[in-house]
Design a protein around this ligand. Sequence first.
Ligand code: UDP
Ligand code: MG
Length: 325
Amino acid sequence: MERRKQIDLSLVVPCFNEGGNVRRFQEEVREVFAGSGLTYELVFVDDGSRDDTLAQLRQLFQEGACPIQIVRFSRNFGKEAAMLAGLQAARGELITLIDADLQQPPATVLDMVRILREEPQYDCVAAYQDQRKEGKLQGGLKDAFYRLINKFSDVEFVANASDFRTMRRPVAEALVTMGEYHRFSKGLFSWVGFATKFILYQVRAREAGETKWSLPKLFRYAWDGILSFSTAPIKIAIYLGLTFALLAMIYLVVVLVQKLAFSIAVPGYATIVCLILLLGGLQLFFLGILGEYIGRIYIQVKQRPVYLVKEHLTWEASPDQGGTE
Ligand code: UDP
Ligand code: MG
């Protein structure tokens, strides 16, 4: 579309209760981009915030210091949904996904843009963080997660890579064609392919508010990733089932030989109880795993939208309104 050509870069910013951050975010972006010669827009997605995020965004929109879009969800749909909505609304030739909390420095976006301009062989520049600001336990768990998921899934998951990335329009268009309800972007980014360059960035402390991640949420997220990009958990049941069947057959032969050839009575109360419990437990466990997949199929076939928009404010696409400063 023609009007897209007018803008070089869209910054897609998912916001959930970021009232204390959005103004600072906008100010820092303007500061960093001043004199860069880039035209840009900010695409804020208000993911059902319960604080004053929307009021703050409206004010920024009214002030009109730079072109702004506000996509307002009807409720909280999660960051994945917010990123999707932002990608769909973005008009730039390049599109950046960046958090509102200023943990990801806007200055890095300039580096990403420079790389994409100078190195045409890359379609996407993703940032990964160097030092994780988290405890040993959490770090260890994350490492284990990456080892596990890379073993089991077809696409590659890059350790510590965040959603913080800048991509060319075709990559964004590829991402929005993926119609899955359970979106796991770390996997989607690899799945769509395109050449990605990884650069290092120093994650900063959150400006205001608090992170939405707790340990149970991270577990849920990891589990989501495995279920979305691998069917290995179901296959484990096949191998385990086969192993037990084989062991049972060997044991049957042993028992028969004992009974028939040596007339040894085989007492087995404890063995039977243990085996019944073990196999019953395993069966329920894998039934549960099957259930997880079936649940996802169930949700997916309903074809519910990933998000609902209550309101979409957008800057005029007139030629005199660019974001250059
Ligand atoms: N976010 C969102 N919807 C949610 C949770 C988070 O849009 O349900 C946004 C949040 O506003 C922030 C980004 O996603 O801009 C990253 O969230 P957070 O800072 O909590 O994650 P962390 O940086 O700790 O990984
Ligand atoms: Mg954050």
